[in-house]
Design a protein around this ligand. Structure first.
Ligand SMILES: Nc1ncnc2c1ncn2[C@@H]1O[C@H](COP(=O)(O)OP(=O)(O)OP(=O)(O)O)[C@@H](O)[C@H]1O
Length: 912
């Protein structure tokens, strides 16, 4: 019982949900009376295992967890409030540990400070150089505290700070205040006075904004630095001495503002980074601690809207940490009377100072799925990420152990783990780092992900790169704890890892591959628990289209038969083609089917699945599969050789049946194809004028389709359509509702709508016949309305050609007029229209030098229709001259097809 209670309290303590650890809550969870739980809790407090917070209702915190987190020892076991406990933890923090970033961006700086101030015998002068508000004064004060704590200073040694900019207009006064003066040294010097240098004797003198020191004062100062002696102002005789550790600070480049002689006497210049350079983790910590201070000051809890919070995180404060701090304070003042039902003060977007609101730009876009308001205390969850990574391990392990103990099933286990990992990765993305901050490390990871993505056919987004970087950052920072944790849990991690391999072969292979690259490129040793985390994360990666269309899986009995074959074949093919499912040797058919069906569920929208099995009745398998809109080909008795042949066929995009037939011909395999895929309904755009025209036509059609229509539009080469007719493989994959184009391909059983019908004739009624089964009445009406709008002649011309459509039409109309005169008959409106469009596209093709060179039986056409060819040449002479093109015979052939299909031409029985 104690164990169970302790686990609950530990978990809540780790996630800072302390308030959940009340006796009542716990008694409900463990199904034991509240009194009994209260007695147990009391004993645990007495044994210093738990701390009691005596609020109403009282709650409990795991002492060890708290002590580890705050890196301190707590003597007391009972506290009146949580704030008192937190206060104690804060007060116990010594000197440099008070700096946020002491274990991060400022750790080198702190080491430099420590070494300089402790340098024997009396420390060395140091210069802190950095933009305003970055913490130079704070660091100087902490350096003093450090020296004090290390007994480097005399007992009475003080910290004296002087801001030189306050004396900018009166440099003499600064010199006098620093070095002291004697009576009569200047008007008003009524008696001798010791300077600050003397006051600081045995302690630290901090000179801020030192670039304001005039040359004279600088000279006096370096003499003091050299020999620890100086004159008071007005007395050049007496030497005074003082033992002071000097810290100087400036926002200006010391090399430009200080005398060389002074510079030489400052051996250590320490650069303090700007707020932007501190990284997201430290920003969160700063915001947290600033609001925490305000909570204490105002005796109120604070919640902040995610929008306001994200702006605080991403805004570039010119005043750096100081600027952020004043912004936090302004927010609190502006929201003093803004409360929610729980009495929390609410910081909203409107609480931000106007200067920041006016500056909100695109780059403030932040990625968080958190709820609308965040409690300041909850920000803690985003801090200590290094420890979070161990907590993440713990949580994953907990789900897995529950699965092993059969408290939850495998599916639930995977779902919970995935959820946990995604939430973790989400929280690392609260703020998108800016592009220019990409460092070598990030570039390396991007390169690795790109390499692996190419091989495994998935897409990598910028967020993926940031997420992986962020995880690996935390991982390297806390590598030792991670390794210790792994050693302790080694056995379970190993079985967990093979469990993952069995269920997610593809993601497993991706993680392994990335692990290998990380080790060879970035010298990183990725432990199995980190691999497991990646396997869960990579389940979210979007597979690219080719993978999406055709998938392959090898299913075999034996510990690693399937995965060995799959790995070998994938390596050989240089692409990830096959997933693998390893089945225990004596497993029954039901379990096989169960595995397969859950695999099919994971697969998503695949059109074809190649299922390679080692044995078993094909019939038994396909009858047990839940197939939904996917064609499945099952082949048995597979080997590495047959798998390789099939993999090759998949990559070459050969038809499933052809691939299987080839394999069966030389091996003792058999196959069965279960066609279950519903063909996609399409409208085909195919134009004699070329694929380019068809593409543009497709665009207009797509713009006209109603939003929710299940019909899509595809382009198909006109000549291929004419040549192959219904035998084209296109019809295996698609249910073609109709073809729209400039010239009828004359295929039986195929509906054709000439483009001109969409423009001039009210022939849209015909579309009803073709589309009524695939669209609702409303959708059809919308579609037709959009067509009428989008298919005006000028719109078509504008979309189809890059040439000036008005000029082009004028020329074409003239040429067609001439052709009609030569032929001595008038084309029907439809033919005219078709010819306008066709010939305009034809001219554009010539101009762009993309002419059509083939016309079926061209030689015969040339011989038999010489007269027609000469008419065209004559009629289009001006067009040819104007555009400097020559209309080739093949193109004339297609013009002839228009003319020959004209109803007036047919009626008059012409033959030219
Ligand atoms: N690392 C840090 N952790 C916590 N608080 C910090 C940190 N750095 C600075 N601060 C806080 O930010 C505020 C500004 O710091 P500080 O005045 O020391 O900056 P500065 O560089 O001396 O500025 P200036 O150049 O304008 O004098 C102070 O309130 C300080 O306590």
């Amino acid at each position: 019982m104690n164990e169970e209670i302790l686990t609950i309290i530990k978990e809540n303590s780790q996630s800072h949900k302390y308030e959940n650890n009340t006796a009542t809550n716990i008694s409900e969870l463990v199904h034991v009376s509240r009194n009994e739980v209260a007695t147990i809790l009391k004993t645990l407090v007495a044994r210093h295992v738990l701390m009691k917070i005596e609020e109403r209702p009282a709650y409990y915190i795991d002492k060890q967890v708290f002590e580890n987190e705050y890196n301190m020892k707590i003597e007391q076991d009972v506290f009146k409030s949580l704030d008192l406990l937190l206060n104690q933890s804060r007060q116990s923090v010594r000197d440099f540990d008070k700096l946020i970033g002491h274990d991060g961006s400022l750790s080198d700086l702190i080491n430099q400070c420590k070494a300089t101030i402790a340098y024997p015998p009396d420390g060395l002068p140091m210069m802190l150089y950095g933009p305003t508000g970055t913490g130079k004064s704070f660091i100087a004060k902490l350096a003093y505290e450090y020296a004090k704590n290390q007994n480097l200073l005399e007992a009475q040694g003080k910290f004296i700070a002087v801001n030189c900019s306050e004396y900018a207009n009166n440099p003499e006064l600064l010199t006098a205040n620093l070095f002291g003066y004697v009576k009569g040294a200047f008007t008003g010097a009524e008696k001798d006075k010791a300077g600050l240098i003397e006051l600081a004797n045995g302690g630290v003198l901090f000179l801020d904004e030192v670039h304001n020191l005039k040359a004279e004062c600088q000279e006096k100062l370096f003499q003091f630095m050299d020999q620890s002696i100086y004159h008071r102002v007005g007395d050049n005789e007496t030497w005074y001495t003082s033992k002071v550790r000097l810290i100087l600070a400036t926002t200006e480049n010391p090399e430009k503002v200080l005398l060389k002689t002074l510079q030489r006497r400052i051996p250590m210049t320490i650069t303090v980074p700007s707020l932007q350079q501190r990284g997201m983790q430290e920003k969160v910590q700063l915001i947290y601690s600033m609001f925490k201070e305000e909570e204490e000051r105002l005796h109120k809890k604070i919640s902040i809207s995610t929008k306001a919070y994200n702006i605080l995180l991403s805004h570039e404060f010119p005043g750096n940490i100081g600027g952020l701090k004043s912004c936090v304070q302004s927010c609190c003042i502006n929201s003093l009377f803004q409360e929610n039902d729980e009495g929390d003060m609410l910081i909203q977007l409107k609480s931000l100072p106007n200067s920041i609101l006016n500056d909100i730009t695109e780059k403030s876009a932040v990625y968080t799925s958190a709820s609308e308001y965040i409690k300041i205390d909850d920000l803690q969850n985003f801090i200590h990420k290094e420890k979070n990574i161990i907590r993440l391990n713990e949580e994953l392990m907990k789900h897995y152990k529950e699965c092993v103990q059969r408290i939850i099933n495998e599916e639930q286990c995977i779902e919970r783990c995935r959820d946990t990992v995604w939430k973790y990765f989400d929280s690392t993305l609260i703020y998108k780092e800016q592009e220019q901050q990409k460092d070598f490390y990030q570039n390396g990871i991007q390169h690795i992900l790109d390499l692996v993505a190419g091989q495994y056919k998935f897409e990598v987004t910028n967020n993926d790169i940031l997420s992986v970087c962020s995880y690996l950052n935390a991982y390297t920072k806390d590598y030792h704890s991670f390794r210790n944790w792994s050693v302790k849990n080694n056995e379970v991690v190993e079985t967990f890892y093979s469990f993952m391999k069995q269920h997610y072969h593809r993601e497993y292979s991706i993680s392994e591959e990335i692990g290998k690259y990380l080790s060879s490129y970035l010298d990183m040793d990725v432990l199995p628990m980190a691999m497991i985390t990646f396997i869960f994360y990579f389940q979210s990666l979007k597979k690219d289209d080719t993978y999406q269309k055709r998938a392959g899986v090898i299913l075999a009995h034996g510990f690693s038969t399937a995965s060995s074959i799959a790995d070998a074949v994938n390596k050989f093919l240089g692409k990830y083609v096959f997933d693998a499912i390893d089945m225990p040797v004596n497993v029954d058919m039901n379990s096989v089917l169960q595995q397969l069906n859950s695999y099919m569920k994971k697969l998503g929208k695949t059109e074809e699945l190649f299922l390679l099995v080692d044995m078993g009745s094909l019939e038994e398998i396909y009858k047990g599969l839940h197939l939904d809109n996917v064609n499945v080909g099952i082949i048995n008795n597979i080997s590495t050789k047959t798998a390789l042949e099939i993999g090759n066929g998949i990559l070459q995009n050969r038809a499933m049946e052809d691939i299987f037939k080839d394999v069966v011909a030389y091996s003792s395999t058999s196959y069965h194809i279960e066609r279950n895929r519903q063909k996609e309904k399409v409208i085909l755009c195919s134009c004699a004028s070329g694929v380019g025209t068809a593409e543009k036509l497709k665009q207009i059609m797509e713009d006209s389709l109603p939003l929710q229509s299940e019909i899509s539009v595809r382009v198909y080469d006109y000549n291929e359509l004419v040549e192959k007719g219904m035998n084209s493989t296109l019809f295996d994959d698609y249910h073609v509702l109709c073809v729209i184009g400039t010239l009828n391909p004359n295929i039986e059983q195929m509906n054709f709508v000439p483009i001109e019908d969409l423009i001039i004739n009210d022939c849209l009624g015909e579309l009803d016949n073709y589309l009524e089964d695939s669209m609702t009445i409303e959708q059809l009406q919308d579609f037709k309305k959009n067509i009428l709008k989008n298919f005006s002649l000028s719109n078509i011309m504008n979309s189809l050609t890059i040439l000036n459509p008005n000029k082009l039409l004028e020329h074409v109309a003239d040429a067609i007029d001439r052709l009609q005169i030569a032929l001595d008959f008038n084309f029907s409106n439809n033919t005219c229209f078709g010819l306008y469009v066709h010939i305009s596209c034809l001219i554009e093709r010539q101009v762009m030098q993309k002419e059509i060179e083939i016309y079926p039986d061209m030689n015969i056409f040339e011989k038999e229709h010489a007269l027609f060819i000469s008419y065209i040449k004559e009629s289009f002479k001006d067009v040819e001259n104007f555009y400097r093109v020559t209309i080739p015979i093949a193109e004339i052939g297609y013009i002839y097809d228009y003319v020959r299909n004209d109803k007036n031409f047919i009626e008059r029985g012409f033959c030219i």
